[in-house]
Design a protein around this ligand. Structure first.
Ligand SMILES: Nc1nc2c(ncn2[C@@H]2O[C@H](COP(=O)(O)OP(=O)(O)OP(=O)(O)O)[C@@H](O)[C@H]2O)c(=O)[nH]1
Ligand SMILES: [K+]
Ligand SMILES: [Mg+2]
Length: 427
């Protein structure tokens, strides 16, 4: 991703659509408007312009355009937007014309946001929230993503960082006053201030992680062949996704379906029936996968003999329409054929999953963010418990480095590709 090119991309959804927005960012953004429209419109005002192909003067579109000079733009660079009519041929043609202009090229996925980050328009924690925002499909995901992308965490970290600088200054002063006879000492309240700050960091580590929000609460369905696992899977997700037949060993591979229930993200997993005596190589692999899935799930719905499922699984009696007396001690009694009991099971699943999700007011941190807060937390506790001034200063420095990494001010190059690769083209 070369930094000085002017980049462009279709930032709205795939055509055909009512409008197609092409965003342009970089030093030639204003030139593009002049080349195509004959003038640079007033900044930040919607103007209508006739855009022409500079090669032959032919009309491209009569359209709304915006000139958004940097640094007060989304990327921090000069930007422009073309709000074209959203037809496929038109959008393709305008992009072709743009790519022929010197210094212009198509943007990579996430490149606009990467530039915003590089130019200090957003920090790394906000960029992570923005990536979540674009992929949010449920209310819970949306709420968390908005909090992160609006900088709720970043502002908190900045405030902690300020406080930390104040604490560090006290150590530096003590070090300055130390001499050969006197090792120097810290003021009485010092340790308490370190521990108090650590405690406030610790509160943020209590919330569940953003990964469970992103991936969903994993519910795996397990049990012996023909127990009715795939039928239950289909009934729960209300889609005929998994093949269910009277032949034992129908399901081979594990099947995953993300679904939102009651505003909570779930990942349902159907698995191969567990049995010891299969002579089928493919089925044997499926059984291994099934065991892995059951071990990995947040919750297992167990359709086999009571007590033989994984710990903490829910015992389900299914096929109650034809086997009403089976498994009298089951937690739930359902029929995938008639739908009886399915709603009650679904409601219980939503209640259970909600417990694992962030509560209102809590913010789910990414593993990366939580790891760095944990590092600061630990360094502050170390500093608060130490009397050697140089070691205290070192602990506080570690805490500050972790804050800086959290905000992307330092030491984060290696994770940028992974993060910005999560964005779509045009963002
Ligand atoms: N009447 C009735 N039949 C059911 C019910 N659930 C499943 N079945 C039938 O039981 C048979 C096995 O169902 P599946 O859903 O394929 O069972 P499975 O556990 O996924 O089987 P494998 O993938 O082979 O391990 C099929 O013929 C289903 O139609 C139910 O609630 N009521
Ligand atoms: K089956
Ligand atoms: Mg099956």
């Amino acid at each position: 991703m070369a930094g000085n090119d002017t980049i462009f991309a279709l930032s709205s959804g795939n055509p055909p659509a009512g409008i197609a927005v092409i965003r342009i960012s970089g030093p030639r953004a204003a030139d593009v408007l002049e080349l195509l429209g004959g003038r640079i419109p007033r900044p930040r005002r919607a103007s209508v312009m006739r855009l022409r192909d500079p090669a032959d003067g032919s009309l491209l579109d009569e359209t709304l355009v915006l000139s958004l000079p940097g640094p007060a733009s989304a990327t921090g660079e000069d930007c422009a937007e073309l709000h074209l009519h959203g037809g496929r041929a038109l959008v393709a043609r305008v992009q072709q014309v743009l790519s022929r202009i010197d210094g212009l090229r198509r943007a990579e996925p996430g490149e606009f946001t990467l530039r915003a980050f590089r130019n200090g328009r957003i920090d790394l924690a906000e960029a992570e929230g923005l990536a979540d925002l674009l992929s949010a499909e449920t209310e819970l995901q949306l709420r968390n993503a908005q909090a992160l992308s609006e900088g709720v965490l970043s502002q908190r970290v900045q405030a902690w960082r300020e406080e930390l600088l104040g604490i560090s200054a006290r150590v530096e002063t003590a070090i300055d006053f130390a001499d050969e006879e006197d090792a120097g000492s810290l003021d009485a309240g010092f340790a308490g201030d370190c521990l108090q700050l650590a405690e406030r960091l610790g509160e943020w580590l209590d919330a569940p992680r953003a990964e469970i929000l992103r991936e969903g609460y994993r519910v795996a369905i397990g049990g012996p062949p023909n127990a009715g696992k795939s039928s239950l899977f289909n009934a729960l997700i209300e889609e005929d996704a998994s093949i269910a037949t009277p032949i034992a060993g129908t399901t081979r591979d594990a099947l995953h379906r993300p679904v939102a229930l009651g505003g909570v993200p779930f990942l349902f997993v159907d698995t191969a029936g567990l049995r010891d005596d299969t002579g089928d190589v493919i089925e044997a692999i499926g059984i291994q996968r099934a065991a892995d899935e059951l071990a990995r799930a947040d919750l297992v719905l167990w359709l086999g003999e009571p007590g033989q499922g994984p710990d903490e699984s829910w015992q389900i009696a299914t096929k109650i329409d034809i086997e009403p007396g089976e498994r009298p001690s089951a937690d739930f009694r359902v029929s995938s054929a008639t739908g009886e009991g399915i709603d009650a099971l679904r409601t219980a699943l939503v209640d259970q999953a909600r417990e694992a999700m962030p509560k209102p007011g809590q913010i789910a941190l990414h593993d990366r963010q939580a790891g760095l807060i944990a590092r600061s937390h630990e360094a502050l506790i170390d500093a608060g418990g130490n009397h050697d001034l140089l070691l205290v200063a070192e602990g506080l420095r570690r805490a500050r480095t972790a804050f800086d990494q959290l905000l992307g001010r330092t030491g984060t190059e290696d994770m940028l590709d992974a993060l910005f690769g999560r964005f779509c083209i045009g963002k």
